[in-house]
Each structure stands twice: as C-alpha cells, then as structure tokens.
Design a protein around this ligand. Sequence first.
Ligand code: HEM
Length: 541
Amino acid sequence: MNYQENNATNTRSNSFIYSTAVSTPARAYPYLFFTIACLLLASIVQHVKALLTHAKRRSRLPPGPWGFPLIGSVFSIGLFPERTLDRWARKYGPLYSVTMGKELFIVLSSPDVVKDLVITNGNVFSDRQVNIRNHEVFAGRGVTATHYGDEHWRKHRRLSSVWLNQKAVDRYTHVLDFEATDMLKALYADSKNGTVALSPQTYEGRCALNNMLTIVLGTRTTSIHDPFIKTALRIAREFMNVSAPMSNLVDFVPLFLKKAFPWSLKLRGEKLHRDMMKLYGTMIDEIAATMASGTDVPDSLVKYLLSVRDAEALTDSDIKLLVCAFMIGGVETTASVMQWFTALIPSYPDVQRKAQDELDRVVGRGRLPTVADEANLPYVHAIIKEVERCFNPIWLGTPHATSQDFEYEGKLIPKGATVVLNTWSMQHSPDRWDRPLEFDPERYTSDPLLSSASVNSADPNARDHWMFGAGRRVCPGMLLAEREIFLVVSRLLWAFDMQEFEGRRTDLNRYDGLSARSPVPFVMRLTPRFEGVGEVLGRVG
Ligand code: HEM
C-alpha cells in the first residue's frame, strides 16, 4: 500500500499535548497588516537586489527556478517544502539553486553530490547561517548554531562527543532500558486491555524527554501528568517551528530590516531563548549550588560540565546552551520516529505479525527484548530503518552554509550560500528504491549496519538513509537515538497488537509542526499480545 494514500479518517485526541494552532486576537490585526506590508516591500527590494547581485554570474550558478521574489518563493515552497524541492530536483537535476529574499539556497538531491560536496569538501560546506535558529535562539553559540571551525563549535562538539560516544551510551544504556520499560508499563495500564482509544504520542514524548533529562540533568518526570512534560515538549516543538529552514520569512530579509521591525518570528525566537534559559538554566543553577555546598548530585552531563568548567574555560552561557542543544536536539526528533512507527503500524498487520514471529523465535515470551538482541532481530531492525526512510522527522535537516566560493562541475557555489540536503528526494529516489512511496521493510532485511555505522559507508549510494545529516556536522546523538528507538519499537512489538481503534485510521499524509515532522494527533488500540505480558512487566523496571 502506498503510505501517501493512507489518509482515511484522521482522529484528533483531546489528550494530545502538542498543538500548533494559534488564535489571532483582534488587536493583533493592525500589526499583522503592518508585517505583511513590510514583507511585500522587503520582497520587492530583495528580489531586485538578488537579481542585480546574481545577474552577472547567473550563468555560473547551478540552474534552478530563478527569479522568485520572497513572497512568491514562500508560496511556491508552501507547507510541504520537501515535495517542492523534489519536484524541482526532477526538473533541474541533483544540484540546483533557488533565491529566496537575500538568501541563495543550493539544494543537493543525490548521494553522489552530497558526498562530493558536504563529505569530501567538508572544510567548505560545514558552516551555519546567522538566522533566527542560530542567532536569537542559540545566541550564536550553541553547538548546532556556531560557525564551522569557530573555537566554540570545536569545544562544544568535542564535549558533546564525550557524552554521546559509544562508551558513554553503553554506560547509560540502563537508563534507556528503564525508560522504555516504564513507558510500556504506563501504556499497558492505560490501554485497559485494548478497550480504550489511546494516543501513544505523549507517552513517547515523555520517554524521549526522560532519557535526556536523566542523562543531561540527572532527573526525570515520574508521571505522564507532570506539567513539566507539557512545558518541555512545547519548547522543543516551538524550536522546530521557529527554525524551519524555509518557512522563516524574516530570515530572508536583510539584517537592518530584521533589526528595525518587531517581526513576530524574531520575537518568538527571543522568547524561546528566554523560556529555554528559564526552564533548563534554573535547573543547572540549582545543580551548581548543590555541588558548591559539597552535596553529591547524580551523574549527568551538567555535573561533568561543571566539574571541567575551569579546565575547559566554560562560561555559564556555554554550559546552558550546550545543555539546551541536547534537550532540544535529542527529544522531539527521537520521539517523532517512535510516533511515526505507532501511527503507521496498525495499517501493516502483516509486517507486525512477521516482526512478532521473529521476536517470539529470538527473545521468547518470558522476557523483554534488550540491546543484546538487536543483531538477531533483522526484521525489527529493518522496520525501524524503513520508518526513518519514509518519515524522516526533519526532511531538510539543519542547513549548512559555504565558507568560501567553490567550483563544482563547472558551476559556482558562492561563499555564504545556504546548503540544503534534500533528503526527501534521496530517500524516495526511484533509481535506488523500487516503489519508493510504499512502506516495505524488506528493503533493509539484508542491511545489518546501524545507521550510525552506515553514515561512514564509502559508497554514498549504499547508505541506508540521510536522516542524521552528513559530513562534519553529522548528528553526534546518532548512537543514543538509535538505541532508544530500538528499545521502544522492539518492546512495543513484543508486548502489543497495535490496531486502528474502531476504524479511526491515522492520516499519514499530514504533518504536525512546521519543521520537525510528527504525525497529526491520533489514537489506537493497544492489546496485550499474550497473557504473560503483565507478569513480565511486573518483574522488570
Ligand atoms: C532520531 C533522532 C535524531 C535525528 C533525526 C537527528 C537529526 C539531526 C540532524 C539532521 C542534524 C544536522 C546534521 C547536519 O548538519 O548535517 C543533527 C545535529 C545535531 N544533533 Fe541530532 N538528531 C537526532 C537525535 C539527537 C540526539 C539524541 C542528540 C543528543 C543530544 C542530538 C544532538 C545533536 C546535536 C548537538 C547536533 C548539532 C551538531 C553540529 O552542528 O555540529 N541529536 N541532528
């Protein structure tokens, strides 16, 4: 079945905590008109300026839909930019350019081009732009935001790796194990033997959040009703919405215009920065005060950073921004993969049954699957990769930028261009994938590599998918994310039959969120697969 056509009856659950709906009070209308007028003006100015800037070297730039003014580009890009970029890739080829306002986008749509540019020439293709995500939210200093080669980036990236490398992840796998089990127990209790319609999304959000809270701050939430969850997940979602690479109009106007007006997205970026600092900054200050009083605190990234603070010359803001990068980058993304899995699996009962046969054979029904089982569960492993191929939570990744002019196959890629990995096209390429719009885990059953190993494939066309980005800024949280996702997905398959609730099918064709893609709110039926599920869950944790 084509998963793009799987859009029967979408259901909205009252309990679901994400909501991107915003109501506009009447007093905001003059401001709204003023903003639109400014945008139109900026659009015309920028369009003319871009035409003049690039006219001379137009023939040297990669081809593309030349000549979109700001507003036109935004409308043509629309709410599903990845689909538009895919259409253009089919028209202009694997390397093309698009001008939006002041920004020149270079879009890479084939594994070979990504390898030649972002991987082989990583010294040129690993910078970041100064935009809302990087400037207003991360104060230009967080690891995701800093310029390539900048001393802050090198230091933050090195410190991130200490906390996210194989040894570190092995050390805290017991945390991931505990949280996956805790989530299963809550779902088991709340689904009441499959008799109630349940939305698993908040449970999955809490599981991802608890993993990061424990690893980063040495704490966790103890109940799905803890108000902290709502605040933390709202902040993670707001980050993704505020920083969507192509829907953030204000990033495409020049700096003086950006500074001159109280653009609503800019204000949202600044508010988000304050909210992050209030939530996580306060927790860090409390840990620092406890440590200063001589009282021990649980092991965590914060404890580690505070202990190396002098040796590494870390400021307060270094520590807080690194912690925020973890709490933002490591929650919404991982939760989203878990959520796509639960949203789609009821539509594929044969896939579910095959995975459960494998689990019965390899693990049995007397214990939960563990990380040690992963290599012996090729079909479960394949389901996860196929979910990630079909539903990458961030289709356009985190854009890179060029730090100098670069010539490639006779074309000029200018310094300062924004470089986008068009992962939708790469993950749906008919050259690589037979029936690319169909969900079919069989594609990956003979691919035993973890995605964190697959990113190092010498042949870019052999790589499983591009969900974690590429090159020198590739996601440092890959190992952690993969392990979390495996434990959750394998255990859900082990414990439950997952079905539509009374024909309320989830619309997989719609997304919640502007940048990170999560399924729209949905409900499902979770029925324990056999008598002993409750007994096994009662024994562990
Ligand atoms: C399914 C889960 C995840 C996905 C899909 C994901 C995806 C990504 C992507 C696409 C990038 C940008 C890569 C590039 O620029 O080429 C990135 C960067 C990053 N990710 Fe992840 N990520 C995930 C989980 C995590 C986790 C668990 C952490 C842990 C804290 C994390 C921390 C980071 C950081 C710090 C960066 C910035 C790296 C840099 O700019 O140098 N991510 N991630």
